[in-house]
Design a protein around this ligand. Structure first.
Ligand code: FAD
Length: 488
């Protein structure tokens, strides 16, 4: 028997799914299930429509999988399109829900939207209740001894360990309310055109079950994580970032599973490193929560005066992956074809844009946001500012990654570059050819064109120009720390 409202109706509870498209360790779903018969809702709203094409495409797969999963559990996913405040209030009225439960996703546009939804529901005598289901630990629970915010990763990570990561919640027992009418799931990435067909061939299968299978498979080979910097060994890392980005698996589930390996001497070192990487994700959200402008504004104010170049030709060469710098182009092509890019290559690609080409990090951040299926606003912003030297706990700007040295070290036989660069070193790989099918026709690129034989910038000259730009910024602001040049 459910709860009865003032007008004698049986009250229901809404679980409003957002980037938490799973049933296990889903605090909002668990709380909704505990309160009464549940209506599962997803809203194609203004926040989602403002996100990049590849992440919307990835969401669509995750939603289809969630809808199928809920159906096997006797439920139904109700999809509605429109302004979040209007839609949620409307559905709540239709199903006599007094509470709407959702997992927090503390990104600025979602926070603003949630405020409007909460105000609208309160006006109707209902409540929006937010839960922390996106992170290992809620950001406000990790504070320095003096109550401040951690700006440096290592003490933050230590504080997370001291705090402890809560155990994941099991799938709750679900009692469903009769669902209201649902819109058909819209084509959320119609703007991708033919790129979507290529992604469909290369992206991993969507859905919670598939994500848990991927986690299991990774845990069977954790010791290989010591090779995580090798893009020519794609199985060395977990490949879970896109599942985390749409919430098919929770970080706490991953943490609990990997933590068990800490007791196995053969795997402990690799598991420790893996947990540390997962903690970087929390750190990024910790920073974004405190500094909501992280994706748009340099965290270190002195970088506002950094003399970035506006060079459309170089920018186009970078976005179209024809810079002539093989590791950089291979990474950008991998991203266009698969929606992902190896972390070591992301570092090289980002460093090349902001240093050798001297182009603003926001150009790269936006490009990644549109092309990554694992787009995460906090990780993307923190990492771009890390590479550009303008972020908290960032790599100093003078640390210029040399893409040729990086390639020799981390892709020694060229396997990664041959996989993604048609025509480079005799490559005729199918994956490399797929790039030309994925790019817009308006770019006029054909695989027969081969690979550029000259780079857009000489590496030594590009590096020197970048360090001169840094010196110019420092001259304008002499109180900024000066360090020695370094290269890796
Ligand atoms: C310029 C730049 C932009 C990036 N943009 C994103 C982004 O939009 N979305 C995203 O998920 N990651 C981003 N990263 C971080 C990192 O490249 C990816 O998380 C990683 O490549 C995902 O592969 P994996 O799942 O196999 O990682 P694994 O090595 O298996 O790590 C496990 C998980 O830890 C987290 N993680 C690992 N490295 C980092 C890191 N450096 N920062 C934050 N979290 C990390 C991810 O959630 C990852 O899935 C970016 C890195 C750079 C340098």
């Amino acid at each position: 028997m459910g709860r009865i409202g003032e007008r004698g109706d049986t009250l229901t509870t809404i679980c409003w799914f957002r980037r938490d498209l799973r049933v296990a360790d889903n605090p909002a779903l668990t709380a909704a299930a505990a309160a009464g018969p549940v209506v599962a809702l997803f809203v194609v709203d203004e926040v989602l429509r403002g996100q990049g094409a590849a992440t919307r495409w990835r969401m669509e797969g995750a939603l289809e999988a969630l809808a199928a999963d809920l159906a096997t559990r006797g439920g139904a996913l109700v999809v509605r399109t429109g302004d979040a405040a209007e839609v949620v209030a409307q559905v709540a009225a239709e199903v006599h829900a007094d509470e709407v439960h959702a997992n927090d996703w503390p990104e600025p546009s979602r926070i603003a939207s949630d405020r409007r939804v909460a105000t609208r529901l309160t006006g109707d005598g209902r409540r929006l209740i937010l839960h922390c289901g996106h992170l290992l630990v809620p950001p406000h629970e990790i504070r320095t001894g003096s109550g401040g915010v951690y700006k440096v990763y290592t003490p933050f990570a230590r504080a997370v360990r001291r705090h402890g990561v809560p155990a994941p919640l099991p799938v709750p027992k679900l009692d469903w309310a009769g669902p209201p009418a649902s819109d058909p799931l819209p084509d959320m990435a119609a703007d991708m055109n033919r790129g979507a067909d290529v992604l469909a061939r290369h992206a991993p299968p969507a859905g919670e079950a598939a994500a848990l299978k991927r986690l299991d498979a990774f845990l069977g080979r954790t010791e290989g994580y010591t090779q995580r910097d090798r893009p020519d060994r794609p199985d060395a890392t977990s490949g879970l970032s896109d599942a985390l980005a749409v919430g098919e698996v929770s970080p706490r589930t991953i943490w609990a599973a990997a933590e068990r390996h800490l007791h196995d001497p053969a795997r402990a070192q690799a598991a420790e490193k893996f947990l540390a990487e997962l903690t970087w994700r929390d750190f990024a959200w910790h920073l974004l929560t405190e500094w909501p402008t992280l994706p748009v504004k340099e965290w270190r104010p002195e970088f506002a005066a950094f003399p970035f170049r506006r060079d459309k030709a170089d920018e186009t060469a970078w976005t179209r992956a024809v810079t002539g710098e093989p590791l950089v182009d291979a990474g950008l092509r991998e991203m266009f074809v698969t929606g992902r890019m190896h972390n070591r290559v992301r570092l090289a690609v980002a460093s090349y844009l902001t240093k050798h080409l001297l182009i603003d990090w926001r150009v790269g951040l936006d490009w990644f946001a549109d092309a990554l299926i694992d787009w995460d606003p906090a990780s993307n912003a923190m990492n771009w500012q890390w590479v550009a030297g303008s972020g908290p706990d960032a790599s100093p700007y003078f640390r210029v990654f040399n893409p040729a040295t990086q390639a020799a070290k981390f892709d020694p036989k060229g396997d990664y570059r041959r996989r993604w660069l048609w025509g480079w070193d005799g490559s005729d790989s199918d994956d490399a050819r797929d790039y030309f099918e994925a790019v817009p026709r308006s770019w006029g690129m054909e695989s027969g064109d081969g690979y550029p034989d000259a780079p857009v910038v000489d590496l030594a000259q590009g590096r020197r120009r970048a360090l001169d730009a840094l010196a110019t910024m420092r001259q304008a602001q002499p109180d900024v720390d000066a360090d020695s040049d370094a290269e890796e």
